[in-house]
Design a protein around this ligand. Structure first.
Ligand SMILES: Cc1cc2nc3c(=O)[nH]c(=O)nc-3n(C[C@H](O)[C@H](O)[C@H](O)COP(=O)(O)OP(=O)(O)OC[C@H]3O[C@@H](n4cnc5c(N)ncnc54)[C@H](O)[C@@H]3O)c2cc1C
Length: 409
């Protein structure tokens, strides 16, 4: 158990204290391992995200014991999603109407500043040694396996942290994933612009996704009168934003008929954050002495949301595997970490297929519009789809000839 190896500074070094890293730290520290969690940022920090969580993501947060604090901090109940196609088709999927029933009737929305800071606190409370403003800069190796990392602390000083297992939870641009090699980019490559705006007109209790020929816009209420507005466009169109991000953002919004006139530039609450291009996945998520979790392991287009769920679920599986691997002495071997790959495949393969289907469908606006229209006329199917993308209805309920035929014909 933790503490037996004096030659290492930690049993586990985790790079990145977003949901994936903080949750992994909670699980491993609670299991008694010596965990060092580093993040280059100081919390609370912003993160470009639509800040939408399904009831299943809330279930995982509940296991971490943070839900009452998030609700006390103003998290908003989210009943589901309304999708509006480029030619005006519309569907509304409600979590509570899906079968099987979700953990709770509604999901939650709240600023990542609040969510992520609470998760970092949970990691500290569980006993992890959390070091903010500390950047992982290079991996250390021992006999071909990863053996920790060189980090740079808040004072600019470089120092090594030796660990028996190094976990890359360092997000979309993961340095750990790049160093482990074989990181793949996939299409479509898109860029996101995300703002917080007050007083968006006409919002109900579902998030809205407006799909256009040139990308999509998500609207999501994240506080009493605070809204998350996210614009996602192809990388090529995003070039026009250089030097004029805010102007580009608001002018693009006007190109979406269902959004036009609803988002007032004078009520911008937080600067427009830009992220991307995204759509990448790691060729391998484990190696001798290392594994990847969260966006560092894979990232798809955020249309279906749920990256936070994947980060939290991945953290549970990473911790389970890590506990087994660390029971043996020395650096966690590639062989002992291999079961993590199978666990991920089992948990995520269906979801990956549905996300790809939706991502490719958006490339064909008339087909996409037709499918949204059909689902809009069959609310039971819309609820099922929202349950699948919300990770509490099995993907096989959508990925079958009957559902797909009814959706298209
Ligand atoms: C536009 C957009 C909208 C989205 N909307 C949603 C949504 O509505 N719902 C949802 O569930 N998901 C959404 N996602 C996905 C979600 O944001 C991610 O899946 C989630 O943040 C993944 O968590 P993570 O912990 O893996 O990474 P992150 O949250 O990115 O955390 C990574 C951490 O690593 C740190 N870090 C990076 N490099 C280093 C380094 N070298 N050394 C030390 N620290 C480092 C960073 O500072 C950061 O704190 C969206 C994503 C995008 C881009």
């Amino acid at each position: 158990m933790g503490g037996v190896l004096s030659a290492t500074d930690a049993d586990v070094l985790i790079a990145g204290a977003g949901p994936a890293g903080s949750a992994t730290a909670v699980h491993l520290a609670q299991a008694g391992w010596r965990v060092v969690l580093v993040d280059r940022a100081e919390f609370p920090r912003d993160k470009p995200c639509s800040e939408y969580m399904s009831p299943e993501a809330v279930r995982l947060l509940d296991r971490l014991g943070v839900v009452p604090d998030l609700e006390a901090a103003g998290a908003v109940a989210l009943e589901g999603t309304t999708v509006i196609g480029a030619r005006g088709s519309r569907l509304t999927g409600l979590f509570r109407e899906a079968e099987p029933q979700p953990f709770r009737p509604a999901g939650l929305s709240l600023p990542r500043r609040i969510l992520d800071a609470r998760l970092v606190r949970a990691a500290r409370e569980a006993g992890a040694d959390v070091r903010e403003r500390t950047r992982l800069e290079a991996l250390l190796h021992d006999g071909g396996a990863v053996a920790g990392a060189m980090v740079r602390g808040p004072d600019g000083r470089h120092y090594p942290i030796r660990a028996r297992l190094t976990i890359g939870a360092d997000g979309l641009g993961s340095l750990v994933a790049r160093r482990l090699g074989r990181r793949h980019s996939s299409v479509p490559r898109r860029v996101a612009f995300v703002a917080h705006v007050r007083g968006v007109a006409g919002m109900g209790s579902t998030a809205e996704m407006h799909v256009g020929d040139a990308g999509y816009v998500g609207l999501n209420r994240i506080g009493a009168d605070l809204y998350n507005v996210a614009l996602v466009v192809p990388q090529a169109s995003a070039a026009a934003a250089r030097g004029a991000v805010t102007r580009f953002f608001f002018s693009m919004l006007e190109g979406f008929p269902g959004v036009r006139g609803r988002v007032d530039p004078s009520r911008l609450e937080r600067e427009v954050l830009v992220t991307g291009p995204f759509a990448s996945r790691a060729g391998r998520v484990t190696a001798g002495g290392a594994l990847l979790v969260g966006d560092a392991a894979d990232f798809f287009d955020p249309f279906t949301g749920q990256g936070i769920y994947s980060a939290l679920r991945g953290a549970e599986m990473a911790a389970l595997t890590a506990c087994g691997a660390l029971e043996r002495s020395g650096i966690a071997s590639a062989e002992a970490l291999a079961p993590y790959r199978q666990l991920r495949r089992r948990a995520f393969a269906g979801k990956w297929a549905v996300e790809r289907l939706i991502g490719y469908g958006m490339h064909l606006p008339s087909l996409f519009d037709r499918a949204v229209g059909r689902l809009g006329r069959h609310p039971d199917m819309a609820h099922t789809l929202i349950g699948v993308t919300g990770d509490f209805v099995p993907a096989s309920r959508v990925l079958n000839p009957r559902f797909l035929t009814r959706m298209m014909l």
